[in-house]
Design a protein around this ligand. Structure first.
Ligand code: ATP
Length: 250
């Protein structure tokens, strides 16, 4: 595996009975890039995310992370290795402040199902320093004392990204981080995701094609559980097979 590659899927399959949600997916994700996975509804994007992050088990193939085979590792062990997935709004503690939510994530306190895999950060920074750094990165410093339930939808979604960042991951998986957002929030989230690649590898599922095309280094297009095309945003935009899969809606 090349040093340049952080995450690799090799012939990954996921069968539900006779139905193949993933029919043998090969994928290489380079370090410090934004790598988007797009495709029509039902293409297998969410299933692939589950296989990569360990929230679901494969029926065949291998997942490699930083040169190690992690295929058999459950999600919380993959988080310990440096893979973090952003949480849904429902995983935020509504009554706790933004700062307190981030502190929980940074300290590895397990508040239940969705966060039972956080680890305490090791090494350089204390949890307090980590929280201060994350607050600044997600642009929520002024709202640090505000209850999560009082935030706008866009702010809550940035806080979810912050919760993942607080675990100091090498790779961060974002599943439709802009869903339901208004235009101003979209721009903020777009800038935030693009900024992450300085320190992290970002794997993104996103339906907003403008965002995908603006910030991705590589785009993988899935269709019917397989990789249909992969390349630079410009290459994908002009790919006839991709345009046909999206019925020209790109
Ligand atoms: P969307 O953009 O709509 O979220 P997707 O690309 O993420 O779609 P998946 O959710 O990964 O697609 O689903 C891929 C296929 O696998 C779909 O046909 C879906 O119906 C099927 N599928 C997913 N989960 C299951 C399950 N638990 N049992 C049976 N089929 C499933």
């Amino acid at each position: 595996m090349s040093q340049d590659i952080l995450i690799e899927a090799v012939g990954v399959t996921k069968h539900y009975g006779k139905f193949a949600a993933l029919g043998g997916v090969d994928l290489k994700i380079r370090r410090n890039t934004v790598h988007s996975v797009i495709g029509p509804n039902g293409a297998g994007k969410t299933t692939l995310f589950a296989m990569l992050t360990g929230t679901g088990s494969t029926t065949g193939g291998q997942i490699l992370f930083d040169g190690q085979d992690v295929t058999a590792l459950p999600a919380h062990r993959r988080v310990q290795r440096g893979m973090a997935r952003s949480f849904q709004v429902t995983s935020l503690f509504g009554s706790l402040s933004v700062r307190e939510n981030l502190r929980v994530a940074a300290q590895g306190i397990a508040p239940g199902r969705a966060m039972n895999c956080w680890r305490a950060p090791v090494g350089d920074l204390s949890a307090g320093d980590t929280v201060a750094e994350v607050l600044q990165r997600v642009g929520l410093e002024r709202l640090a004392g505000t209850a999560a339930s009082e935030l706008s939808h866009g702010q809550q979604r940035r806080l979810e990204v912050g919760m993942a960042l607080a675990a100091k991951p090498q790779a961060i998986f974002l599943d439709e981080p802009t869903s339901g957002m208004g235009i101003d929030d979209l721009d903020d989230m777009k800038r935030l995701i693009a900024s992450l690649r300085d320190q992290h590898t970002v794997v993104l599922i996103e339906h907003n094609m403008n965002i995908v095309m603006d910030i991705s280094d590589t785009v993988t297009v899935m269709q019917l559980g397989r990789v249909l095309a992969e390349g630079l945003p410009g290459e994908i935009r002009s790919d006839a097979r991709v345009r046909s899969a999206y019925l020209g809606n790109m």
